[in-house]
Design a protein around this ligand. Structure first.
Ligand code: NAD
Ligand code: MLT
Length: 310
């Protein structure tokens, strides 16, 4: 079988496929659309991360394609309806990078609360700006978790252990589950209003697009917003304005509506919005995990075995 890999994945996944006797072609950074359509001719398996848009147009012409493997969690870059219509399996790797994403969220929370990137930049420029940075402790503060799924729960555990109270909004989980985690499951507005820090962990869907905008940011007055889930869930222009005007103390953002980020993105101009280039899953362990599990699922599809999305 022929497998095309269009976003960088760990060698462990590539080796798993090659050792099983398949032909693996690498096309990192390929332009979507026509180039991807051409590259998919005669290809049976496609492996992507978040950098490749697998659109209806692409799926309409990929006659031999059996499976799209997403080496990670979010499948918002894949047209699932079109894949289903064409009988193409879409398999993600929902477990392997959860801890990495949770750890990055915790790191971003502290980076924002203590202005670490801003102080680092000043000091590297020779400026001992000790009196310019007065941080916020997370101890005894309230964390509002929007989306209490796998990553949200891991973040909850870690920050609870560091002294934070937990409130959560997630219309799809039970009160019992939230209680087990130690979170008070509340309505959306209450979650934001009660929080000192809000962290977003939903997928990007029509329901979550711009979920957090002007009104919600006003409810978080004096607090911090963290988004290591998906760009598009938070209205970027509204967030830039809220931090620039001092409604929020700061924000930490790993994911953007347009990636790679446009130089015109207003978040880049605001000192107290700290940013990373979609690094949530970028640890050695997470990349090895998701690459291996994606490769195993591609092999399962080729062997007509169950694809477990594990
Ligand atoms: P998950 O499916 O386990 O959890 C998502 C949760 O969001 C679910 O509990 C669901 O009920 C909830 N949800 C759905 N719609 C909602 C809504 N309208 N309001 C509130 N809650 C809602 O997913 P996960 O593994 O926890 O991943 C969470 C997000 O993090 C995804 O968007 C994923 O793509 C992203 N992610 C990003 C990185 C990164 O590199 N930055 C790494 C891993 C995951
Ligand atoms: C994910 O949804 O798993 C993340 O976006 C991680 C990634 O693939 O970069």
């Amino acid at each position: 079988m022929r497998i095309l890999v269009t976003d960088p994945i760990d060698d462990a996944g590539l080796e798993t496929l090659r050792e099983a006797g398949h032909e693996v072609e690498i096309a990192y950074g390929i332009d979507g659309g026509a180039d991807l359509v051409d590259a998919l001719e005669g290809v049976h398996g496609l492996i992507v991360r978040s950098g490749t848009e697998v659109t209806r147009q692409v799926l309409d012409s990929a006659d031999e394609l059996m499976i799209v493997g997403r080496a990670g969690i979010g499948v918002d870059n894949i047209d699932i309806d079109a894949a289903t219509e064409h009988g193409v399996i879409v398999a993600n790797a929902p477990q392997g990078n959860v801890r990495a994403a949770a750890e990055h969220t915790v790191a971003m929370t502290f980076a924002a609360a203590r202005s670490i990137p801003q102080a680092h930049t000043r000091l590297k420029a020779g400026d001992w700006a000790k009196s310019d940075f007065l941080g916020t402790e997370v101890n005894n503060k309230t964390l509002g978790i929007v989306g209490l799924g796998r990553v949200g729960q891991e973040v909850a555990k870690r920050l609870n252990n560091l002294g934070m109270e937990l409130v959560a909004y997630d219309p799809y989980i039970s009160e019992d589950r939230a209680e087990q985690i130690g979170a008070d499951l509340v309505e959306f507005e209450a979650c934001i209003e009660r929080a000192d820090f809000v962290t977003v962990h939903t997928p990007l869907t029509p329901e979550t697009e711009d979920l957090i905008s002007h009104e919600e940011l006003a409810l978080l007055e004096g607090g911090y917003l963290i988004n290591c889930a998906r760009g598009g869930v938070v209205d970027e222009a509204a967030l830039a304005e809220a931090v620039a005007e001092g409604t929020l103390k700061g924000a930490a953002i790993d994911v953007f509506a347009e990636e790679p980020i446009s130089p015109d993105n207003p978040l880049l101009d605001v000192e107290d919005v700290i940013v990373t280039p979609h690094l949530g899953a970028s640890t050695e362990a997470a990349q090895e995990n998701v690459a291996t599990s994606t490769a195993e699922q591609v092999l399962a599809a080729f062997n007509e075995e169950p694809v477990l999305n594990a």
